[in-house]
Design a protein around this ligand. Structure first.
Ligand code: F0G
Length: 424
C-alpha cells in the first residue's frame, strides 16, 4: 500500500530497490518486488546543537527509556514509539576503550575500541532488538523469530522474554558457540537446529514466517537497523561529534554495514557531524562474498559456502547486501578480508590487553592492522574499531587455541605448587 504524500507521517518505510512506500506500522519485511525496506524519518524540528545537548542530558537519566543508549537518540531512531510500549533492558552506552598494546599492534596512533560486548546479552544485537521487539509489540505480533549464528538469537530471546512473546530460533546445528547456545536456551526460546548453515536457516525462515504469522527479527527487519545505528551515534557522542577518519567493524549478514552507513548519512544531513567517516567492513577470508563484490565494483552479487573460525560471521549469502552496498559507496568505504590466523592473532592481543572479545569482533582489529599495513589507513588517522561481542560468547575459541592456555596440573602440595609457580 502506498502512502499519499499529503498524509505522510513523520516515519515510514520505503523499498530501497523500487521506492514503494509503506506505513510505519505495516509488519512487512520485504517489498513485493523482493527489495529490502528501510525506515525513513522526516526532518527533525530541532537544531543539531539542541539535539546533541538533549542526547547528553538524557544520559544522566535514572529511570525510563532515556537510560538506554538507543532510546536517548529517540528522534533519530523511532520518534513515534510511545514510552510505555518500549521494551528496553536498557542497552547501549557502551565504553569507548583505549589500550596502548592494541593501538601499537595495529600500527596506528589513535585507536579506540567501541565495546559492544558490554550490552546486556553481550553483543551489539541488543541495540537493534530493543527497537525490533518494541515494533513487534506495536504490531501486535503473536510471536517473533530469527535465524542466527547465535548472538541475534540470544538477544531476541532475552527481549522476547521481557515482552512475554514466544520466540522461535533457527540455528545451524554445530555452528553456534557454546556461550550463545546456553544463553538462547536460558532465556527460554524455542530452538530449532537446522541441518544446514546460517544461509539455509534464513532462507527457510523467510519462506515460512508470513504464513505462520510470525514477526521476523533478522536484520532485514528495517527497525533493527534503526536501533543498530546507535552504535555510531554513541561513538560520535563520545568523541564530541568530531568524527574519526575510519570506523572499522566485522561484516557477516551486513546488517551493521547497512546501519552504520545510514546512521552516518543521516547524522551528516541533519548537521550533527561536519564530514563523513569512511567505513571499513571486514570479512573473514573464508566467508567473504561482499569483499569479492567490492573488488569488482559491486558488478554482481556473490554467494559462497562460508567457513571460518569466527562462527558469528560464517555467512555466505548476506541478506542486507543492497543496503550495505549503498553504505560503502556513500561513505567512500572499503571491504577487505582477514584470515582466521589473523583473527586469532588479533584476538590474543585484545584479550591480553584485558579488554577481550569474541573471534568475529577481533576481525575489526585484524582489519585495521591490514588496512594500515597496506597504507589505506594513514598512521595518524583516527580510527574506531567496533568490538561486536563479549569474550565469554565463545569460550571454545580460547580453550582450543593452539597458542592459548598452557595448563599445569599438580598435586595439592606446597612443593608442587611452588615448583609450578617457579617454572611458569
Ligand atoms: N560480530 C558478531 C559478534 C556477530 O554476531 C555478527 C552477526 C557480526 C559481527 C556481523 O554483523 O551480520 O550485521 O554483518 N551475527 C548474526 C547473528 C548473523 O545471527 O548473531 P552483520
Amino acid at each position: 500500500m502506498s502512502l499519499f504524500k499529503v498524509s505522510r507521517p513523520a516515519t515510514w518505510q520505503a523499498c530501497v530497490s523500487c521506492g514503494e512506500e509503506f506505513l510505519e506500522s505495516q509488519p512487512v519485511t520485504r517489498c513485493g518486488c523482493g527489495g529490502l525496506l528501510e525506515v525513513r524519518h522526516r526532518g527533525i524540528d530541532a537544531s543539531p546543537a539542541e539535539l546533541q545537548a538533549a542526547f547528553r542530558t538524557r544520559h544522566q537519566s535514572v529511570e525510563g527509556p532515556y537510560r538506554s543508549g538507543v532510546w536517548r537518540y529517540r528522534e533519530l531512531v523511532l520518534p513515534s514509539a510511545p514510552a510505555d510500549m518500549i521494551v528496553t533492558h536498557p542497552e547501549g552506552n557502551t565504553p569507548l576503550l583505549e589500550r596502548a598494546t592494541v593501538t601499537s599492534w595495529t600500527g596506528l596512533e589513535f585507536l579506540r575500541m567501541k565495546h559492544e560486548g558490554h550490552n546486556p546479552t553481550g553483543s551489539f544485537k541488543d541495540r537493534g532488538m530493543t527497537v525490533g521487539v518494541t515494533q513487534a509489540r506495536r504490531a501486535n505480533a503473536r510471536a517473533v523469530a530469527c535465524a542466527s549464528t547465535g548472538n541475534t538469537a540470544a538477544s531476541m530471546a532475552a527481549y522476547a522474554a521481557q515482552a512475554t512473546l514466544p520466540a522461535f530460533v533457527l540455528i545451524p546445528r554445530g555452528g553456534v558457540s557454546v556461550g550463545k547456545l546456553a544463553q538462547i536456551h536460558a532465556y527460554g526460546a524455542s530452538v530449532i537446529e537446522v541441518l544446514g548453515d546460517f544461509d539455509d536457516c534464513l532462507r527457510v525462515l523467510e519462506a515460512v514466517a508470513p504464513s505462520l504469522d510470525i514477526y521476523l527479527l533478522n536484520s532485514i527487519n528495517p527497525f533493527r537497523v534503526e536501533g543498530q545505528k546507535t552504535v555510531v551515534y554513541d561513538l560520535l557522542d563520545q568523541l564530541d561529534w568530531d568524527p574519526p577518519e575510519w570506523i572499522v567493524f566485522p561484516a557477516g549478514n551486513l546488517g551493521n554495514t547497512a546501519a552504520f552507513g545510514k546512521a552516518l548519512e543521516e547524522a551528516f544531513s541533519w548537521g550533527l557531524i561536519p564530514r563523513l567517516p569512511r567505513l571499513a567492513a571486514i570479512q573473514a577470508a573464508g566467508a567473504a562474498p561482499f569483499a569479492a563484490g567490492f573488488r569488482e565494483g559491486f558488478a554482481r552479487r556473490h554467494r559462497v559456502r562460508a567457513e571460518t573460525i569466527a562462527t558469528a560471521i560464517r555467512i555466505g549469502d548476506p541478506a542486507s547486501w543492497d543496503r550495505a552496498r549503498v553504505s560503502i559507496e556513500r561513505t567512500n568505504g572499503v571491504v577487505t578480508t582477514v584470515t582466521d590466523e589473523q583473527i586469532l592473532a588479533a584476538k590474543r592481543v585484545v584479550d591480553h590487553s584485558g579488554v577481550g572479545c569474541e573471534p568475529a569482533s577481533a576481525a575489526s582489529i585484524a582489519g585495521a592492522r591490514r588496512l594500515r599495513e597496506e597504507g589505506l589507513i594513514s598512521r595518524d588517522d583516527r580510527v574506531v574499531a567496533v568490538l561486536t561481542g563479549h569474550i565469554l560468547k565463545d569460550p571454545g575459541a580460547i580453550l582450543d587455541d593452539a597458542e592459548g592456555p598452557r595448563v599445569v596440573a599438580v598435586e595439592p602440595t606446597t612443593e608442587a605448587v611452588t615448583r609450578a609457580i617457579m617454572t611458569s
